[in-house]
Design a binder for this molecule. Structure first.
Ligand SMILES: Cc1cc2nc3c(=O)[nH]c(=O)nc-3n(C[C@H](O)[C@H](O)[C@H](O)COP(=O)(O)OP(=O)(O)OC[C@H]3O[C@@H](n4cnc5c(N)ncnc54)[C@H](O)[C@@H]3O)c2cc1C
Length: 410
């Protein structure tokens, strides 16, 4: 079959491979080119160890404190608040105990498949050098949060995720650049990180082209409801295919709306600063629990980033936020390079209120498959999503129950 994928981010590139595996003819369309969105600049964690949704009772308790600080780890731009309200209401609903549990099940089920899917894809595509398996750490400054992490570890164990609680001394041995401020850490020996998000996205995309996929630069504005979907773009652009996949990240909402699905997709904007060439400060990614930032030793250089800002897709970045992340990092890590020597970046996480992506067929055209909204874990879940999309296109029973990811679940 001839299949078009809208979006050449990491999710679109991963889907391309899964469809090529099945012998399909693949056309990748992107308004900018490969690796334009958050796939180019994320923190580079294969974060399959994370199973908690953002809408959690714990986070809700912290929201008022966060919102009082306009540069805190979670912020809403005042001008965007009215537009965000419907999303926020759903976010509140998603934090109720039953919904919270559903999100954990959904995230965990997908995360369980994430690392094996990446290792398999990297092996087949000759991209193993991009995957580093040195584990990952979450360092704690707050004793009660560290104690609470034990409960989370029990939940993680349900999904086969290994977690070791370690003390401050062991933490310093693993990461000598960390200051002496931590009560302990959780160590995930199986966690992985990647060489660099842009490098990996481009490498995966190029590998798909080498296998026969074709790329065209085009902004898709509509998709027809016909038996053979027509992808319509600006200036008379039109391609008719047998199947289409929408993997346009945070920009997917209008395309789904055109096919009858009002999906509450918004964006959690995230920030980071990278120091090209700065390697070896830490050996593995480290998250700083309760402080809203992570540090990743990418091959391209050290990256410090995080934060969640609701402000839509149009507002320019506010790098005062990045400066705050860097200053915080300086309180916990020795030897950081000067902020001014770093490269600043902001990216758009494609986020649903329940932290679950949308994976399923369109209401008005069963020949169009959605695969977007992976929020904080798109890089992690991309290859597993590719496998599920291939199942849907082949009309096979998907490897996991997709009802939690249904576009019509809201
Ligand atoms: C600060 C930050 C840190 C993060 N850290 C991690 C991490 O450590 N691990 C992890 O797993 N995830 C992480 N993420 C999340 C991850 O980056 C995203 O979930 C993921 O990149 C989404 O990929 P995607 O392919 O769905 O979307 P995108 O990367 O946004 O790609 C979508 C593509 O679609 C194209 N497009 C959009 N609209 C159209 C249209 N109408 N026509 C044609 N093309 C279109 C765009 O140009 C873009 O290239 C992080 C995100 C941020 C912001």
């Amino acid at each position: 079959m001839k299949i078009a994928i809208v979006g050449a981010g990491i999710v679109g590139a991963a889907i391309a491979h899964s469809l090529l595996d099945e012998g399909h003819e693949v056309l990748i369309l992107d308004k900018e080119g490969p690796g334009f969105g958050p796939s180019a600049g994320n923190a580079g964690w294969i974060a399959h160890t994370d199973i908690l949704p953002i809408a959690s009772p714990k986070n809700l308790r912290q929201v008022p404190r966060f919102l009082l600080d306009p540069l805190g780890p979670l912020a809403i731009r005042p001008a965007y608040f009215p537009k965000l309200l419907p999303w926020l209401l759903r976010f509140l609903l998603a934090a109720r105990p039953e919904a919270f549990e559903r999100s954990i099940q959904g995230i965990g089920t997908l995360q369980r498949r994430a690392l094996p899917a990446w290792l398999d894809r990297a092996g087949k595509a000759g991209l193993e050098i991009h995957i580093h398996r040195k584990g990952g750490l979450y360092a704690f400054t707050d004793a009660s949060a560290f104690t609470e992490a034990r409960h989370i570890a029990n939940r993680q164990a349900e999904f086969g995720i290994k977690v070791d609680a370690i003390g401050p001394e062991e933490l310093r041995q693993l990461e000598p650049a960390l200051k002496d401020r931590f009560v302990g850490a959780t160590f995930h020996p199986d966690a992985a990180h990647i060489s660099d998000p842009l490098q990996l996205t481009l490498a995966l995309f190029e590998a798909a082209l080498a296998r026969g996929a074709v790329f065209e630069k085009a902004e898709i504005t509509n998709i027809s409801t016909g038996e053979r979907p027509a992808l319509i773009g600006r200036d008379g652009f039109q391609r008719v295919v047998d199947r289409a996949v929408i993997a346009a990240g945070a920009w997917s909402r209008p395309l789904a709306a055109a096919l009858g699905d009002k999906v509450p997709l918004d964006t959690e904007r995230g920030y980071n600063v990278s120091f090209p060439g700065m390697t070896g400060l830490t050996s593995r990614p480290v998250g700083f629990e309760g402080h809203g930032f992570v540090v990743t030793p990418l091959e391209s250089g050290l990256r410090i980033g995080g934060a969640v800002e609701f402000g839509g897709l149009e507002a320019p970045p506010n790098h005062a936020r990045t400066r705050i992340l860097y200053d915080k990092a300086g309180q916990f890590v020795d030897g950081l390079p000067a902020f001014e020597s770093g490269t600043l970046w902001m990216g758009f996480r494609p986020s649903l209120p329940d932290s679950l992506p949308v994976i399923g067929t369109a209401s008005r055209n069963a020949h169009v498959v959605y695969a977007f909204g992976h929020g904080h874990y798109g890089m992690t879940q991309s290859t597993a999503t590719g496998e599920l999309v291939a199942d849907l296109i082949a009309d096979r029973k998907p490897a996991i129950d997709l009802s939690l990811f249904d576009p019509r679940r809201f």
